[in-house]
Design a protein around this ligand. Structure first.
Ligand code: SF4
Ligand code: SF4
Length: 108
């Protein structure tokens, strides 16, 4: 089991969740042409720290709460980890900042 990032995150990549994850299992990825974050279900320890950090409530605490997006997080994880290895982590930004494509503006 793991936490899951849901559809609400699409295009709203504030990255506040990334900063607090103690095991660094949240990774940036494009999905359906929009910015998204995927939680690696094999690494997530279900600590719950990320959940209250998301300003739009895009994270759920179990696979059962959104099985479809649980599958999507799992499937996107390899690609997301590759992106991060190439481009570095996405820095946090406040909600409603102009959209920022991860491939353009990542800082290490
Ligand atoms: S804080 Fe919420 S909206 Fe931002 S990247 Fe994480 S899950 Fe997505
Ligand atoms: S529940 Fe904990 S380990 Fe899992 S993604 Fe959130 S902060 Fe990371």
């Amino acid at each position: 089991m793991s936490h899951v990032i849901t559809e609400k995150c699409l295009g709203e990549q504030y990255a506040a969740c990334v900063d607090v994850c103690p095991v660094e299992c949240i990774h940036p990825v494009d999905y359906q042409g929009k910015q998204f974050m995927a939680i690696d279900p094999d690494v997530c320890i279900d600590c719950g720290v990320c959940l209250p950090e998301c300003p739009i409530g895009a994270i759920v605490g179990s696979v059962d709460e959104d099985p479809a997006y649980a599958k999507i997080n799992k499937e996107l994880t390899p690609q997301a980890k590759d992106n991060e290895a190439k481009n570095g982590k996405v820095p946090p930004r406040p909600p409603n900042d102009p959209p920022r494509r991860p491939e353009n503006k990542l800082v290490k």
